[in-house]
Structures are given as structure tokens and as C-alpha cells.
Design a protein around this ligand. Structure first.
Ligand SMILES: Cc1cc2nc3c(=O)[nH]c(=O)nc-3n(C[C@H](O)[C@H](O)[C@H](O)COP(=O)(O)OP(=O)(O)OC[C@H]3O[C@@H](n4cnc5c(N)ncnc54)[C@H](O)[C@@H]3O)c2cc1C
Length: 415
């Protein structure tokens, strides 16, 4: 049976970057990808806006993925597509045996380490509370995107979008450009869930109304969606009945959030963070199971693919150079009044080294200071002009100290 140094599960931008950087460390690497082609979600993102940070260029999703695919192929990384892992077992020597369903049948490989790079999936109508019928015409935004951009089908002539996530806003523009009428985007919270730039470029530029503090409360239709009911909500998100309005449409498109894909993590007994729904990791992006790493959207939902590639490159390197050792995990403390989440959640002070920290604010704040404290001393502080829950922040912390306590703190407004 072939033994690899690193086995990467998922061939999206995270898996590709992790594989390439592991190969840079002379590791033998295998990527296992469930779909026919590598590239992950980027294959269907034909709009531009990818790579602004990493390549300083405006690339489409497929162009961005292609650069990483070429790089990975040049580095002699092995990959198999249309395949997925059906079982993983821990070996007595610390490595793993993976059982794969491939096009040729069941196969087994061994690997010293595993990188989980399975991306995320969209929340569906089962995860939001909409009453009424379940006719055809209810899609997630990613499914609508797959229909239009990959299959060349128009899923709607007139639709309503529930949720103001980035994919929903991108699809509002895309469907408008393809001739559909997007009646409006309805967001239950009082602020958009996606990036400001998408509100401006995908909604405002196309006169697509964004209704905040409003949601879809009912779907009507026999075989196909015929109409939806929308209602404004109060501060506790309860619909205000008197504001109910019926909108005729043939589709309801959901853009109500993403969830890290972590079925294999479950099998391995990996601990999941309630805030991110991805694994708990240390600064090397290693989970509580030694030798198993996580990166990209499987770790936490990133807003920009550039951050995914950056974090995955580090993860691939750490997986390649991993040596079993005792760990001294120090929890990175934060208040969930200030932050939605902080990743990594732990610092392994027995390893030391740089900490690449990703976090999101709990609510919009302006001119606030964020400080990172090691052993109660400020190691880094930075004033942010504006922080939003929809925008992920990233900082690097270099320290020579033996970390005994670590915390991310938000200070009050600065002058
Ligand atoms: C619709 C949409 C639009 C976006 N638009 C933008 C944008 O404009 N700009 C931007 O910067 N970012 C954008 N993003 C975000 C960006 O695409 C993601 O951050 C990035 O694709 C995440 O990379 P990933 O590799 O973690 O996940 P993915 O791209 O989702 O890749 C994960 C891969 O893992 C595979 N996989 C899953 N489970 C298994 C398994 N069990 N076995 C084997 N393989 C498996 C999947 O098939 C997939 O190929 C968008 C995302 C979406 C969903």
C-alpha cells in the first residue's frame, strides 16, 4: 500500500495551496477530490475579484484556481478526483489508513498526516424557519450559481433572495445580467451579512433593493413557487404581522450562511468549535488529533479566497514537517461580547513560533483598538477604523516569549 507524507482531503483552493506548500518541503502528497475537477467552489465563480491580495490582480475564480493547479502539478503532487474517503483509521505508528471510494473501486492508502480541506456547505431551507409549501423553485444561492454558470440553465424569471450573504448578492447581480428580475434581497438582521463591496457592486449598481430587518415568512405554490410572504421583524426577529406583503415570484433563493464541512473530522473524533463550526486548532492549524490539520473554509468560513490560500499554505507546510511531540496548549481567550470567533483557538507553547490570527467582530465598531496580550502584556495593538462581523480580520503575531496566557481584547473607541 502506498504511504504518503501528507494526504489532503479536498482539492479546492485550500487543498491546492496546502498540497503545493507540503511538496515544497519535499513531502510526498496526495489530494483526494470528490468532484470530477479540481478547483472547489471557484470553478463556478466566473465573476472577477479573486486574488486582489495574493496576486495583486483581479482574477476570475477559475483563473485563480488554475494558477494553483498548475503549480501543484509542477510539484509532482498526486491527485485523484471523483473520489472520497469512506473510512479513516489511526495506525499504531501514529499514521493513518484511508479507505477511498474511487472510480476504479475501493482503494486504501496510508499517510503520516491528514489535511482537512473539504470547504463548507450552504445552509438550506431546513436551517431557516420558513412556513408553507415545499414546491420546486427553492434553491441555495450556490446551486443557482451552479445552474447558471456551469450548466447554462436559468433557474428563475423572477425571484426573491432571502439572506444577504455574499453568494446571494453575487447571484442577484448574475441573475439580473442574465435577464431575470430580482425583486429584492431580504435580510433578517439590521445589517448586511456580506461584504460592503458586494452591497455596492452587486445590489446598488443594479438597483436591487436590500430590505434589512425583514424576512420571508411563507412560501406559496403547488408544483412551483408562486409567491412568498415577507414581513419586517422586531428586535427579537419576530415577524411584525401588520407589515406582511405578498410578492409573486417563481423562485426563492437562499443565502443564509455557510457551514464548514466536517464529516471526516467527526469520524476522527476531532473537537469542533461551536463558534466557527470548524475544528479547534493550534497555531500550526493542527486539531486535537495529532497529525490531523484543517484549513480554508473547513476550518472557518473565510470571506476572501486569498486568506484561504495563505492559511492553507501554512497548514501544508506544518503537516509536512510535523513530528509527534507533547503539546502544551494555551487557550486564546476572548470575550464573545466583542468577537464572533478567533482562530486558532490555541497556542501550543511547546512549539512556539508565529501566530496567524483570524477573527471577526461581534458587531460593527468604529475606531476601536484591538490588543493581543501574552502573559498579560500587550504584544500587539492595532486601531481599526471600522470592524464588521461580515469582514474577517487577520494579524500576525511574532513572539519569542514562553506563552502561558494569551488573549485577544477589544478596547473602547479611540480618539
Ligand atoms: C458561491 C461563492 C462565491 C464566492 N465568491 C468569492 C469572491 O468573489 N471572492 C473571494 O475572494 N471569495 C469568494 N468566495 C469564497 C471562496 O470561494 C472560498 O473562500 C474558497 O473557495 C474556499 O476554499 P476551500 O478550498 O476551503 O473550499 P472549496 O472551494 O469549497 O473546496 C473544497 C473542496 O473539497 C471537496 N470535498 C468536500 N468534501 C470532500 C470529501 N469528503 N472528500 C473529498 N473532497 C471533498 C469539494 O468537492 C471541493 O472541491 C465565494 C464562495 C462561494 C461559495
Amino acid at each position: 500500500m502506498k504511504r504518503y507524507r501528507v494526504c489532503v482531503l479536498g482539492g479546492g483552493p485550500a487543498g491546492l495551496a496546502a498540497a503545493a506548500s507540503a511538496a515544497d518541503e519535499n513531502a510526498s502528497v496526495l489530494i483526494v477530490e470528490r468532484e470530477k475537477k479540481l478547483g472547489g467552489i471557484l470553478k463556478q465563480c466566473i465573476h472577477d475579484g479573486f486574488g486582489l491580495i495574493h496576486f495583486k490582480e483581479r482574477l476570475t475564480g477559475p483563473e485563480y484556481a488554475e494558477r494553483y493547479i498548475k503549480d501543484m502539478i509542477q510539484k509532482d503532487v498526486d491527485y485523484i478526483t471523483s473520489s472520497f474517503v469512506t473510512d479513516v483509521k489511526k495506525l499504531s505508528d501514529g499514521g493513518f489508513e484511508l479507505e477511498l471510494q474511487t472510480q476504479e473501486g475501493m482503494e486504501k492508502v496510508e499517510s503520516d498526516t491528514i489535511v482537512l480541506a473539504c470547504g463548507c456547505r450552504e445552509r438550506t431551507s431546513r436551517q431557516v424557519f420558513v412556513h408553507g409549501d415545499r414546491p420546486a423553485g427553492i434553491y441555495t444561492a450556490g446551486t443557482a450559481q451552479y445552474f447558471v454558470n456551469i450548466m447554462g440553465y436559468m433557474p428563475t424569471k423572477k425571484c426573491v433572495i432571502i439572506g444577504s450573504g455574499d453568494i446571494g448578492m453575487i447571484m442577484a447581480r448574475r441573475l439580473t445580467l442574465e435577464g431575470a428580475q430580482v425583486e429584492g434581497v431580504y435580510e433578517i438582521k439590521d445589517a448586511p451579512a456580506g461584504l460592503d463591496r458586494n452591497v455596492a457592486q452587486c445590489l446598488d449598481d443594479y438597483n436591487i433593493p436590500l430590505h434589512l430587518s425583514t424576512t420571508v415568512t411563507q412560501v406559496f405554490g403547488n408544483k412551483r413557487v408562486e409567491a412568498v410572504e415577507v414581513c419586517q421583524v422586531d428586535k427579537k426577529f419576530n415577524p411584525i404581522k401588520e407589515t406582511a406583503r405578498i410578492i409573486e415570484c417563481d423562485s426563492l433563493i437562499l443565502s443564509v450562511g455557510l457551514l464548514p464541512e466536517n464529516e471526516i473530522a467527526d469520524k476522527l473524533g476531532i473537537e469542533i468549535d461551536n463558534a466557527t463550526k470548524g475544528p479547534l486548532v493550534d497555531q500550526t492549524f493542527m486539531t486535537n488529533v495529532p497529525g490531523v490539520f484543517s484549513c480554508g473554509n473547513a476550518l472557518h468560513v473565510n470571506d476572501l479566497v486569498d486568506y484561504v490560500s495563505e492559511n492553507a499554505s501554512l497548514t501544508g507546510k506544518y503537516a509536512a514537517i510535523y513530528q509527534p511531540s507533547n503539546r502544551t496548549l494555551v487557550k486564546i481567550n476572548y470575550s464573545n461580547k466583542d468577537f464572533l470567533y478567533v482562530v486558532p483557538q490555541y497556542y501550543d507553547s511547546s512549539k512556539g513560533g508565529e501566530l496567524n490570527l483570524y477573527f471577526r467582530a461581534q458587531k460593527e465598531v468604529r475606531n476601536h483598538k484591538v490588543a493581543f496580550l501574552i502573559n498579560d502584556e500587550v504584544e500587539l495593538d492595532k486601531t481599526y477604523k471600522r470592524m464588521l462581523p461580515s469582514e474577517m480580520e487577520a494579524v500576525k503575531i511574532k513572539t519569542e516569549k514562553t506563552v502561558e496566557h494569551a488573549a485577544l481584547r477589544m478596547g473602547g473607541p479611540q480618539k
